[in-house]
Design a protein around this ligand. Structure first.
Ligand SMILES: Nc1ncnc2c1ncn2[C@@H]1O[C@H](COP(=O)(O)OP(=O)(O)OP(=O)(O)O)[C@@H](O)[C@H]1O
Ligand SMILES: [Mg+2]
Length: 225
């Protein structure tokens, strides 16, 4: 099992009150999955993805990453796991505006201290798979939304992660482009053998996932394969 959650809760303090964003979730993610976290706005999708991606800590309960308890690890250790094992894709793409597409894809490898020759080779391979080598020298503001998200997908995959989390990766795209982005993720799930967990509230996109986890008010109300 890649990731396991046992009775996970997440509270946020809000003024004098407490928001119970995740109210007791137990869930396992297996290697190779292509899964969606669905649910209305405020149901806890982002919070759950952030917990599974080690960007946040649970208030209660346990999170295991490949069998190791990561619920109470130090920030530096969480960062190390994220850097080497986890990729992220965001709804607003989060590319660096002054870098070209190719440089954006190479960035995670620079942070890992990989040599420039090796970096270039890996970035080009993944960009070829994502079908974006023709825009390698373009900067983000010279790209369409769909192209930007392809670059972000390549960037998430270039470090050869075990799992990629994508929080509403199609929210800023028209529905046809959104479908193409999910199909690219599907292809990468197959050829790169990377596990994908993404969130959306788009019905058409939910139907493309192999497994559907549905949230309401911080709880799982449906979990179907
Ligand atoms: N940092 C925070 N501080 C206080 N409350 C928060 C914080 N982050 C999230 N929440 C609350 O937790 C609940 C779940 O939020 P979350 O962002 O996970 O929902 P979501 O399903 O991703 O929604 P959306 O579809 O709008 O992105 C909401 O009630 C939200 O207001
Ligand atoms: Mg969200």
């Amino acid at each position: 099992m890649l990731i396991e959650l046992h009775g996970v809760k997440k509270d946020y303090p809000l003024g004098k009150t407490t928001v119970h964003a995740i109210r007791g979730i137990s869930l396992s993610i297996e290697e190779g999955e292509f899964s969606v976290i669905a649910g209305p706005s405020g149901s806890g999708k982002t919070t759950l993805l952030n917990l599974m991606g080690l960007l946040d800590y649970p208030t209660e309960g346990k999170i295991l990453f490949e069998g190791t308890d990561v619920s109470g690890i130090r920030d530096s250790e969480a960062t190390r796991i994220r850097k080497t094992r986890i990729g992220f894709i965001f709804q607003s793409f989060n590319l660096i505006p002054v870098l070209t597409a190719l440089e954006n894809v190479e960035l995670p490898l620079i942070l890992k201290g990989i040599s420039s020759k090796e970096r270039r080779k890996k970035a080009i391979k993944i960009m070829e798979e994502a079908n974006i080598m023709d825009i390698a020298e373009h900067k983000p503001d010279e790209l369409s939304g769909g192209q930007r998200q392809r670059v972000a997908i390549a960037r998430a995959l270039v470090g050869d992660p075990d799992i990629v989390f994508a929080d509403e990766p199609t929210a800023n795209l028209d529905s046809e482009t959104g479908l193409q982005i999910i199909r690219l993720m599907e292809e990468m799930n197959r050829i790169e053998e990377v596990t994908f967990v993404f969130s959306t509230h788009d019905r058409r996109i939910i139907s493309l996932a192999k497994r559907k986890v549905e949230l309401r008010d911080g709880k799982i109300v449906n979990n179907v394969i």
